[in-house]
Write a protein that binds this ligand. Structure first.
Ligand SMILES: Nc1nc2c(c(=O)[nH]1)N[C@H]1C(S)=C(S)[C@@H](COP(=O)(O)OP(=O)(O)OC[C@H]3O[C@@H](n4cnc5c(=O)[nH]c(N)nc54)[C@H](O)[C@@H]3O)O[C@H]1N2
Ligand SMILES: Nc1nc2c(c(=O)[nH]1)N[C@H]1C(S)=C(S)[C@@H](COP(=O)(O)OP(=O)(O)OC[C@H]3O[C@@H](n4cnc5c(=O)[nH]c(N)nc54)[C@H](O)[C@@H]3O)O[C@H]1N2
Ligand code: SF4
Ligand SMILES: [Mo]
Length: 726
């Protein structure tokens, strides 16, 4: 246990333990017993168990086929609203997430230098003691705020947050500011809801602004869009790249990056100045309706043409078609809306377009923003109140970013505070289910911040790049091997349950956080005996047994009572196209054009964006998905490439103000001449990822950090690069 492993030996750990476990797994004791008792598998260990996918955050329902105690096939659960019987390619390849030969299957403690990859195996007791004693040492010496916590959306996150708030640190980093801060803050301020739900049943006209639904997949919504297109709904799609969604669109508009809000403001102007809006709805529910035509009048289509490169006549026509579709028009809110420092304004304009089409609240309307309801929810284990936290947050929320909700934060700004030690020095970082070394922009800066840490611990299932630079790695059981808290969706509480026994020593996050909590003297915050007890406590108000839920896959929840009176959860109770809160914080109360920086003549916009077969930075090592992925190339417009003397297949050097990457060139018509595009998630630096290591370049290594001052969103398209033959 205590021997120091060379890198070669270390790399053998995954394969050796996975091999040994394949045998041990034939008779999964506890899981098989429970599954047999529930009638889910037969005496031979074969059957189908209902659980949920975790290959991305959409969490589709899964039916896992088990043979001889091994998972052999994953199918979509027809009863789950997110899957409706279907799984995307990543969901179907989820077995290799569990059977990845590079799984970390015992706790590991670093023995070499950080980043050298030398670890030794440790028992859970020892590893947890090391983590807890380091956290306590930091707390005693520098205060709880000197510990940074970070994690990306997952079902156990509620207990991760419980741990950090009980510990007493305000410093919490999530993926949100790299993902959807602009959309959430804009809709929160305008409608008082975080994210309105979309309905495609009656939709006739859809405007999508860089929401690549056909590749950045949410199984149910992606199929709903496909069906809507099939039955003749129009899709207008704005993206500087010709994506798979563009290929399904009625019209692809290769807009200049960062200028979407100019396009949308001009659309609003056409609609309100020609009195094409749903006046009755607007008068009743929209704050600012009287002044909107005056405020928008400067945003003419001719003005927008100069900025966006889209002909004025096209903008005018699209605005009129949008208005003509009335409540069956949908301006989609988008998802990863972290593109430019003006992305908040883009989202405000989208929120406004929806308000004036009257598609909210109408029968057949396709945006549902009236989410004010009295939840009849699940229970949770009891716990004492959290300690009061008076330290400033290192990410600047809210003292630098007054309108960013604490829940969202400004993750990318944490690192400057860590590096400069201002307003105080952080000393430790606890990370779970996240790969910030890859997902934050400017990888060198993240590594520099890591260098300032006395202690780093990571919870993951594989040796991701962040784990590779950590002092202790705690192996979580994969999503097919563990319980998580229940997930309520559309009136049902769905269960994630183990369909096989955890391999090696891997444990659920619910178990890990509780063990750690107890060692930190915070046991009162973790009042559940084990995972099953946690879920039983959640189920209490529903009067249904865990056994029933395991068998059915979900518990019915009592219907939520909707508030009878329609009010929006804003200070005025209406849709705030004119927003006093923004004004009071020193920002424009109206949706407004803010000019973003533009590249110089020899530079390109560097675009990022998802591909259908991978999720973020965590699936490239999945051998089923990897098999079908070519090494990603740098997209460049064919004419631009020719004018630069570059050819398809050339190796090129891509340089930004923060870094350089090398990639093979893909000359293509599918991108604007002033842009290049690189697929995220490649260029891993962890040698513990034997399948993914050494493949492709990392766009995170060349992304610069720019933050939208209103929403706190990172501007991921605002990095400009030069390209030359390598
Ligand atoms: N297969 C797959 N599906 C996923 C994910 C995944 O990793 N893989 N991740 C999930 C998550 S966490 C998220 S947040 C969503 C993201 O869903 P989307 O927001 O649809 O995702 P992206 O592909 O990141 O970005 C969409 C597009 O924005 C374009 N773009 C860049 N800058 C601009 C601009 O200035 N204007 C316009 N109009 N377009 C621009 C890019 O070219 C890209 O095609 O996907 C979810 N679904
Ligand atoms: N360049 C660039 N940067 C981006 C984006 C982009 O498109 N391009 N997208 C942004 C967006 S939209 C998002 S949401 C963020 C995502 O950023 P992150 O959340 O940092 O990225 P993920 O790849 O989702 O990281 C998830 C980690 O969870 C691990 N994991 C998988 N399953 C489990 C499990 O069951 N338990 C545990 N403990 N760990 C598990 C994976 O191995 C992986 O290391 O990145 C943002 N950053
Ligand atoms: S969209 Fe795909 S990866 Fe995401 S939860 Fe559903 S099946 Fe899994
Ligand atoms: Mo995201």
């Amino acid at each position: 246990m205590t021997s120091i492993l060379s890198r070669r030996d270390f790399l053998k750990i995954g394969a050796a333990s996975a091999g040994a476990l394949a045998l041990g797994q034939m008779l999964p004791a506890k899981v098989a017993q429970a599954a047999r008792a529930a009638g889910l598998i037969n005496a031979e260990g074969d059957g189908v168990i209902s659980t949920m996918c975790e290959m991305c955050v959409w969490r589709c329902g899964v039916l896992a086929k088990i043979k001889d105690g091994r998972v052999v096939k994953l199918d979509g659960n027809p009863e789950h609203p997110h899957s409706r019987g279907k799984l995307c390619p990543r969901g179907q390849s989820g077995l290799m997430n569990t059977y990845d030969p590079d799984r970390v299957l015992t706790p590991l403690v670093r023995v070499g230098k950080r980043g050298e990859g030398l670890f030794r195996q440790a028992s859970w007791d020892e590893a947890l003691d090391i983590v807890a004693s380091n956290m306590l040492k930091i707390k005693e010496k520098y205060g709880a705020e000197a510990m940074v916590f970070s994690s990306t959306h997952n079902l156990s996150q509620v207990q991760f947050e419980n741990l950090l708030y009980a510990f007493g640190s305000p410093n919490y980093g999530t993926q949100r500011s790299l993902c959807f801060n602009a959309m959430i803050t804009a809709f929160q301020l305008t409608y008082g809801v975080e994210e309105p739900s979309r309905k495609y049943d009656d939709v006739e006209f859809i405007l999508m602004v860089g929401r690549n639904m056909m590749e950045a997949i949410s199984t149910s919504e992606t199929s709903e869009l496909a069906h809507a297109i099939d039955r003749g709904a129009k899709l207008i799609y704005l993206d500087p790249r010709y994506t798979k969604t563009a290929s399904k669109a009625t019209e692809w508009i290769p807009i200049r990056p960062g200028t979407d809000s100019a396009f949308l403001l001009a659309m609003i102007n056409v609609i309100v100045s020609n009195e094409l809006a749903d006046c009755e709805f607007v008068k009743q529910y929209v704050v600012g309706c009287d002044d909107l035509p005056r405020e928008m009048s400067r945003y003419t289509t001719e003005w927008a043409e100069k900025i966006t490169g889209v002909p004025a006549t096209t903008i005018e026509r699209i605005a009129r078609e949008y208005a003509a579709a009335k409540h069956c028009a949908l301006a989609h809110p988008g998802w990863r809306t972290s593109n430019f420092i003006n992305s908040f304004q883009t989202e405000r304009a989208i929120a406004t377009l929806n308000a004036i089409s009257g598609n909210v609240l109408k029968p057949g309307g396709c945006l549902s923003a009236e989410l004010v309801s009295e939840g009849a929810g699940l229970d949770a284990p009891p716990q004492p109140p959290y300690p009061r936290i008076s330290a400033l947050r290192l990410d600047g929320t809210p003292w630098k970013y007054p309108l960013v909700p604490l829940k969202l934060g400004v993750f990318q700004e944490l690192r400057d505070a860590i590096i400069t030690g201002e307003p105080y020095q952080a000393h430790g970082w606890f990370i779970s289910r996240q790969n910030p070394i890859m997902s934050l922009p400017d990888r060198a800066k993240t590594l520099e911040a890591f260098g300032k840490m006395d202690f780093i611990a990571t919870v993951d299932i594989i040796m991701n790049d962040t784990a590779w630079f950590s002092d202790v790695v705690l192996p979580e059981a994969s999503y097919l091997e563990r319980y998580d808290p229940l997930l309520p969706v559309d009136g049902k509480a769905f269960i994630r349950q183990p369909v096989i026994e955890p391999q090696g020593e891997a444990k659920s996050a619910l178990w890990i956080y509780k063990q750690l909590g107890e060692r930190l003297g915070l046991g009162d915050y973790f009042q559940y005996e084990d995972e099953e007890d946690y879920i039983r406590q959640q189920l209490k108000p529903l009067h249904v047994s865990l056994e029933e839920v395991k068998e059915k896959g979900y518990a019915e929840m009592p219907e939520e009572k909707k508030n009878k009176e329609i009010t929006f959860n804003t200070p005025s109770g209406k849709i705030e196209v004119y927003c006093e809160t923004l004004k009071n914080a020193g920002f424009s109360p109206w949706p407004t054009w803010e000019e973003p920086p533009m590249p110089s003549e020899d530079e390109f916009y560097l675009l990022t964006g998802k591909v259908a077969q991978h999720t973020q930075f965590g699936t490239q090592n999945n051998q089923l998905l990897h098999k079908y992925s070519d090494e990603p190339r740098l997209w460049m417009n064919t004419k631009t490439a020719t004018s630069m003397g570059l050819e398809d297949g050339d190796w090129v050097e891509v340089t930004s103000q923060v870094g350089t990457a090398h990639s093979i060139l893909l000359a293509t018509e599918a991108i604007r001449p002033d842009c290049v595009y690189l697929t995220p998630g490649y260029g891993h630096i962890s040698k513990g990822l034997k399948t993914a290591y050494g493949i492709g370049a990392s766009d995170s290594a060349i992304h610069a950090t720019y933050t939208d001052p209103i929403s706190g969103g990172q501007a991921l398209s605002q990095t400009f690069v030069t390209v030359k033959k390598a």
